[in-house]
Every structure is written in structure tokens, then in C-alpha cells.
Ligand binder design. Structure first.
Ligand SMILES: [Zn+2]
Length: 290
């Protein structure tokens, strides 16, 4: 099944796929292992920073290797790509999917830039005969993927407007839409409050074949995640939660075994922690056996 088919199925059946970020092959492997364990497909994301660290072509090579080894659907997404050049690099390297994030630009420029990438991807992938999925973003998503030290205020005008969402997906021609509905990147000081009604309104306004994406899924209480999925979210991004869990496990192992110098031994606990947390998230998203 293509990513688009899986997302459509998730939208219709009210469950969500999980998107997890990686900047190392070990983390990619942990994500895929977790997906295999619960019978889900794996969606691995690399931001521009993560992709530059890993190498776009290398990330694609690891994905291909993991597909052979694990024999499950694995998709590689270029997460939050903010320049046309970076997005084209990911397409040329044969990522499966792009998230072009021009949400900081005015509406018309966001549409135009996103549309350019959609057309570029189509021109490439009709030649390669390759299924490709493109995500655009509308609304203002604050924060970055870390534990926030300061309070971040989400303003109602940051939220994605349902009528604009409809216009945006039609004009830009995207397959997925990232929305701002009270979510912020990173783990915030206050408990986030998702606007579930807004998700429902956007879902009703946007064509059914366009999947709705919730970024910044870290630190959102489980009942809100479930309500968001029931309201129509089909893809949830988790980055900060897994970064924190990985780093804490690694720090603990290094301090407990100061003489261990073999990387694949001292990071074993961190890899297991990462895998187990992703299994938990996939269960929460009702992705099991999907
Ligand atoms: Zn994000």
C-alpha cells in the first residue's frame, strides 16, 4: 500500500499513523522495529537538520535496507522542509514524501511555493512511476522540538481557518495538511489544550482524500490525542518525546557504566527505550495491526 492509501484508510477508520523523527540509522531501526512489533507501517521523518546530519541519500539507502530486512511498509518523509532547494533535494534523493512548510509566509506565497514543489514532484515521479505524498502547512505552529523553558502562548489567530484550509489544499494540490489547533512544538510548560471542534471543522471543509496531520504530538495528554484522532487526524508527529527518552536513557547508561566504550553496547538501552516508547505511541494511535 502507498502512504496515501494508508492515510485514507486511517481517516476512514478513525485511527492514526505515527510519524517519528530520526537523525541516526539506529533511531531509524528502532522506529521500524517498533512498527514491525505491532504490525503497523513505519513513517520515519527527518527535518532539514536531521537530514543534513544523516545525508539525504544515506537516509534513503538505510530505508531501502530496512525494507529488505523487516519486510513492512516503510516511508521516509522530509519533515518541515522550509526551502524549495531542500525539498527538491529530498525528492531527487527519492524520499517517499515531503512536508513543505511555508506556513510562515502570507497565504498566497505559501500556496505558490507549495504548488511549485507539488509540480516538481509530479514531474519527477511520473517519470519514475513512483507514489509520492506531499504535505503543506497552514496556520502558525509555535515552538521547536525540545522541553520548553518558557511559557508559549498560543493565540486564536494562529489556528488554521477551515475555509482557508479548503482553499489552500485545492490551490496547492497537496495530499496532506498540517494544521495548528492549539498544538505547539516541544513539550510545553502548560498542558496543551487542543481545539477538537476546530479539527472537526477543518476535516469537514477539506476533501476526504487529504489527510490531516497533527504536529507536535509530544506532551499532549492521551485523552486529547484520542479525541483528535476521532475528529479526523490521521497522522501524528512525535519528536520531542522520543528525543528526551533516548537522551535520558543514554545519559543514565553512560553514568552507570563509565568504562564502557563500545558505542553499540552503551547505546543499547537508549535504542530499546526509544523502540518501547514508539510501541506505546502506536498503541495509543490505534495503529496496531493496521
Ligand atoms: Zn512538526
Amino acid at each position: 500500500m502507498s502512504l496515501q492509501e494508508i492515510l485514507s484508510k486511517a481517516t476512514k477508520e478513525h485511527w492514526s499513523t505515527g510519524h517519528f523523527n530520526a537523525s541516526e540509522s539506529d533511531q531509524m531501526r528502532a522506529i521500524v522495529k517498533a512498527a514491525k512489533e505491532v504490525g503497523a507501517s513505519a513513517i520515519v521523518g527527518t527535518s532539514e537538520g536531521e537530514a543534513n546530519h544523516l545525508g539525504y541519500e544515506v537516509a534513503v539507502g538505510i530505508r531501502d535496507g530496512l525494507r529488505k530486512e523487516f519486510d513492512i511498509p516503510i516511508f521516509l518523509n522530509a519533515d518541515h522542509h522550509k526551502s524549495v532547494e531542500a525539498a527538491k533535494h529530498a525528492i531527487d534523493a527519492r524520499y517517499d514524501s515531503i512536508h513543505i512548510d511555508l506556513s510562515a509566509l502570507p497565504f498566497e506565497e505559501n500556496v505558490r511555493g507549495t504548488r511549485d514543489i507539488v509540480e516538481y514532484a509530479r514531474s519527477k515521479f511520473s517519470i519514475f512511476n513512483f507514489q509520492f505524498s506531499i504535505e503543506g502547512e497552514l496556520g502558525y505552529l509555535r515552538g521547536d522540538s525540545k522541553i520548553q523553558k518558557e511559557k508559549i502562548e498560543v493565540k486564536p489567530e494562529d489556528y488554521t481557518n477551515p475555509d482557508e484550509a479548503k482553499k489552500f489544499v485545492e490551490a496547492a494540490g497537496v495530499n496532506r495538511l498540517a494544521i495548528a489547533v492549539g498544538n505547539i512544538h516541544g513539550i510545553s510548560l502548560d498542558e496543551p489544550a487542543l481545539d477538537i471542534e476546530r479539527i472537526r471543522a477543518i476535516r469537514a471543509a477539506v476533501p476526504e482524500e487529504v489527510a490531516l496531520v497533527l504536529h507536535a504530538g509530544s506532551g499532549i495528554p492521551e485523552d486529547q490525542i484520542k479525541a483528535a484522532i476521532a475528529a479526523g487526524i490521521a497522522n501524528i508527529h512525535i519528536n520531542t518525546d522520543i528525543r528526551v527518552a533516548y537522551t535520558e536513557a543514554l545519559r543514565k547508561e553512560l553514568s552507570e557504566k563509565p568504562d564502557e566504550t563500545t558505542p553499540y553496547k552503551f547505546d543499547e538501552a537508549a535504542r530499546d527505550t526509544l523502540k518501547n516508547l514508539i510501541v506505546e505511541k502506536l498503541r495509543l494511535f490505534s495503529s496496531v495491526s493496521k
